[in-house]
Design a binder for this molecule. Structure first.
Ligand SMILES: Cc1cc2nc3c(=O)[nH]c(=O)nc-3n(C[C@H](O)[C@H](O)[C@H](O)COP(=O)(O)OP(=O)(O)OC[C@H]3O[C@@H](n4cnc5c(N)ncnc54)[C@H](O)[C@@H]3O)c2cc1C
Length: 300
């Protein structure tokens, strides 16, 4: 039962409330919906952060984009620069929950909830997007790989408010894609997901990043898959080698949605489809956003 609820209008107020034990709520689509579903009781003390102006907004700067913690999935998916230069993030944001979830749910809340199945996590890892958390450690940017610690766990201190995520715009010649295995296209979370970002130079893959979703305690990059792509033409053989490496690196669990065996088998399929679509985008072909429905139907 919540005994204290305050609304902060500045970052300092929110951090002060959190130092006093309050838990922040942004869109409430994890915190409040989870409490209603009986996953965890509402915290005793809550500070609402949705009126903090500085946490809103998506800004394109020289060479990077800054997403306020309150940027909604809907706004991110609709942003023209995201769709063009950070396409995997557009793919991921466009398939979070339902339209209502995307309008209400925020990037900051998604990251702090730290689900191993969260949609934007793979793209953020592949784009090496540091998160900013003013609070007890006074910390600037934390690399995403150092931030996600386990299912529902981050390395943030309880009084640290996530304020922004900065994502470097990807160099010319880059294509990226996030694909999830989904049993339906709305109100779904990833059964298995994969992100790929590939940068070509003179016809060869000069840089590759691959991350797997819902296949380990946290979303994680797979260096072996990335190595299998670099220096190749990014064709079918390379994509298959990288996909096998991703499946080998997976540590899936069995749950109500899929077995270990099915998840591992699908890890290779979904990773290959993400890589193939990222390569097509790098070559200037159109793969519509979100990629998931398109690639499951359109690529063999
Ligand atoms: C029906 C439904 C479908 C969904 N589908 C998907 C899906 O497909 N993919 C997916 O990834 N997610 C999905 N979600 C989960 C959820 O919508 C997202 O994770 C959303 O982005 C959470 O954001 P929020 O602002 O609502 O978080 P909140 O519920 O407000 O907060 C979540 C957690 O983060 C903390 N928090 C929030 N903001 C901050 C901050 N700025 N700094 C520090 N801590 C903070 C809160 O204290 C809480 O612990 C779904 C949820 C629902 C209800």
């Amino acid at each position: 039962m919540t005994s204290s609820y305050v609304t902060a209008t500045s970052i300092d107020d929110a951090v002060a409330a959190m130092a006093g034990g309050a838990r922040p709520v942004a869109g409430g689509t994890d915190l409040v919906v989870g409490a209603r579903q009986g996953k965890a009781p509402l915290p005793e003390s809550i500070v609402a952060v949705h009126r903090i102006e500085e946490l809103h907004g998506i800004e394109t700067m020289d060479g990077s984009m800054r997403f306020g913690a309150l940027a909604s999935h809907e706004a991110i998916a609709a942003d023209a620069t995201v769709r063009e230069r950070l396409t995997a993030l557009a793919d991921a944001s466009a398939i979070v929950g339902s339209h209502a979830t995307r309008v209400q749910g925020t990037l900051g809340g998604n990251l702090m909830n730290a689900s191993p199945a969260m949609e934007p996590g793979g793209p953020l890892l592949c784009f090496d997007a540091p998160v900013t958390l003013p609070g007890s450690s006074g910390c600037g940017g934390v690399a995403p790989r150092d931030f996600l610690a386990g299912p529902g766990q981050t390395t943030a201190h309880p009084d640290e408010l996530l304020t922004a995520v900065d994502i470097p715009l990807q160099p010319a010649g880059t294509g990226s894609c996030y694909v999830r295995l989904e049993y339906r296209q709305q109100m779904e979370i990833a059964v298995v997901g994969a992100t790929a970002a590939v940068t070509f130079d003179e016809g060869k893959v000069a840089d590759a990043r691959v991350a797997i979703t819902a296949l380990a305690p946290t979303i994680r990059r797979v260096p072996e898959a990335e190595e299998a792509l670099v220096g190749t033409d990014g064709g079918r053989d390379a994509a298959e080698a990288a996909a096998r490496a991703a499946a080998a690196a997976a540590e899936p669990i069995s749950d109500v949605r899929a077995s270990v065996e099915y998840r591992r088998a699908m890890a290779a399929v979904i990773t290959r489809r993400a890589i193939e679509a990222a390569v097509r985008r790098a070559w200037g072909e159109t793969v519509p956003v979100p990629a998931s429905p398109a690639v499951h139907g359109g690529l063999s």
